[in-house]
Design a binder for this molecule. Structure first.
Ligand code: S3P
Length: 432
């Protein structure tokens, strides 16, 4: 079923807001809770379609996972070698994180598995993990060597490796880490630019022998994980839509509670502050090893920037909403090093350029750059291309546009941000 949103100009966002739990950490909580010995208690779990897909898959693999209440899970870990093969294919839905991480895990099991996904996920490149896992001795076959369905052949003996991921991708790195847990000996994994380190942090928290610094990880195979407690903070990627809306809509003043501010995720805060955004970070603390804070955001007159390329990996999912901020700022903004955006849930450069142009913005693109001159926007008919972050980005753009904006195919917003419309409306966004 196709879901469309109508959105229009807001007269201000206000209030104390909480966004759902971090998607990346929620996936990993299920994965490592399942592989641990004993119970793992998870709170702040993202009740999104993507993380539910991961949960369903582990149930299929024989892991008992209870839901004692909303946003909490109790995972009865089966240990490193306790997963059971499934005769049915394992459906990752729209979730790239599920498919890529599970490829790394399943290639090390004694049984065969088949991973499938929805239309969007079936077009996303998997060779980036398959080719690296190959080096370790994995056997994985894919459509055209690159796309789901993936047939993962178990029963292989994996070798430890010294390997570079070649792309700045936490999914590729995490797939390799999962496989390396089953290899005999020490693996060393490096990345061209440091990416989110939640896999490393969770392994360490649950007792696995691993040492890491940004961009370089040493991990030994054959350890044990001990179940524990995992408290998941609010997802900064979800918060980014409300933060940007509050900066852009005159009169706004919002506070977001309990947001994860891992430095590998805060590129968007740095970028928006460089533009003149008033974002105050306070009540900083640590929750289960992860830095969290509350954020106060006040309307600000934003100015264009040249986005430092080094920030891109730290805001890889926030580039679409950054483009919205640029389209409503004074001057011409430029961003480079964006090639990865073309292989997300949609081609996010193409999706954003088409939509912003339809709203009257002046935008140009190359293979991996975007240049945007800020100005006034007007309402338009927008194709979100079934991409959650594109739909939410245009819902924010519409809050500063004249007339009405119609955004098509918004159903996938439930993959990462269930309750977005209700929360956005409660804050003062005009959206239905
Ligand atoms: C994620 C890594 C990123 C990000 C995705 C979640 C993760 O993907 O875009 O939303 O949880 O590891 P890449 O690894 O493709 O950069």
């Amino acid at each position: 079923m196709s879901l469309a949103w109508k959105a229009a100009r807001s007269s201000g966002l206000h209030g104390l807001l909480r966004v759902p739990g971090d998607k990346s950490i929620s996936h990993r909580a299920i994965i490592f809770g399942a592989l641990a010995e004993g119970q793992t208690h998870v709170s702040g779990f993202l009740e999104g379609e993507d993380t539910r897909a991961t949960t369903r898959i582990f149930s299929q693999l024989g892991v008992h996972i209870e839901t004692p209440g909303a946003e909490s899970r109790v995972i009865h870990g089966v240990g490193l070698h306790g997963l059971q093969g499934s005769a049915q294919s394992l459906d990752c839905g729209n979730a790239g994180t599920s498919m890529r991480l599970l490829t790394g895990l399943l290639c090390a099991q004694a049984f065969d598995s088949v991973l499938v996904g929805d239309a969007s996920l079936s077009q996303r490149p998997m060779a980036r993990v398959i080719n690296k896992l190959d080096v370790m001795g994995a056997r994985i076959s894919a459509r055209d060597g690159n796309f789901a369905p993936l047939h993962v052949h178990g029963g292989q003996r994996l070798q430890p490796v010294e390997i570079d991921t070649s792309v700045a991708s936490a999914q590729v790195k995490s797939a390799l880490l999962l496989a390396a847990m089953y290899a005999e000996g020490e693996s060393v994994i490096t990345e061209p630019r440091p990416t989110r380190d939640y896999t490393e942090a969770m392994l360490q928290a649950l007792g696995w022998p691993i040492s890491y610094s940004p961009g370089r990880i040493r991990i030994r195979g054959g350890g044990r994980l001990q179940g524990g407690e995992i408290r998941i903070p609010g997802d900064i990627s979800s918060a980014a839509f409300l933060i940007t809306a509050a900066l852009l809509v005159p009169g706004s003043d919002i506070t977001l509670e309990n947001i994860g501010i891992n430095p590998r995720r805060t590129g968007i805060l740095k970028a928006l502050r460089l533009m003149g955004g008033r974002i105050e970070i306070f009540n900083e603390s640590e929750q289960g090893g992860e830095p969290v804070a509350d954020l106060r955001v006040l309307h600000s007159a934003l100015k264009a920037i040249d986005l430092p390329e080094s920030l891109v990996p730290d805001m890889i999912d926030e580039c679409p909403i950054f483009f919205v901020a640029a389209a409503l700022s004074e001057g011409t903004s430029h961003a480079s090093g964006l090639a990865e955006l073309r292989i997300k849930e949609s081609d996010r450069i193409a999706s954003m350029v088409a939509g912003l142009r339809a709203m009257g913005a002046s935008v140009t693109e190359t293979a991996d750059t975007v240049t945007i001159t800020g100005g006034r926007l007007h309402g338009a008919d927008i194709q979100s291309r079934h991409d959650h972050r594109i739909a939410m980005s245009f819902a924010v753009a519409a809050q500063c546009a004249s007339g009405q904006t119609l955004i098509h195919d918004c159903e996938n917003v439930a993959t990462s941000f269930p309750g977005f419309v209700d929360l956005a409306r409660s804050a003062g966004m005009i959206l239905e």
